[in-house]
Design a protein around this ligand. Sequence first.
Ligand code: OFO
Length: 177
Amino acid sequence: MISQDMAALISAQINREFYSAYFYLALSAQAETMNLKGTAAWFMAKHGEELTHALKMYRYLIDQDAPVVLMGVAAPEAVTDGVLRIFERTLEHERTVTSSINTMLDHALTEKDHATAIFLQWFVTEQIEEEATVKDIVGRLRLFGDQGYGLLMIDNELAAMAKQVGKTAGATSGTAQ
Ligand code: OFO
């Protein structure tokens, strides 16, 4: 059993994960309108990944016999000013998520809640990977440009990366997603 405060923080994070999923679904739709199939597939894969993050936290609360409090998910922000801006906003968003995961871990450590601290380690590692991936995409868009041939090349890379995300999710579904 975990504390009520800890459970409330995890429920709030479940909401943020659903928001992330919703935000990436919106960005996938936006990329579709721009005929960027690879970018759309990448955001769709990320959408699925964020849902698994929410459900992993949901399962943890259930296993800890703690209440799951589901809240309304806000409408996702629209980002319509170009592909570079889309990925810059994605990076800013992931940094916000990292900060909230760190706040939760700080709280678990304050409470000497070892189970939750260990549970959250997976998310800490996941955020390092997510930020690094998006930072790399932003860097490549700045280097090669977010129009013309440079964009076509990056869109093709994102198509390949989306397949990889799908494979990783498939290999670990039901466990550490
Ligand atoms: Fe759930 O990792 Fe992104 O937001």
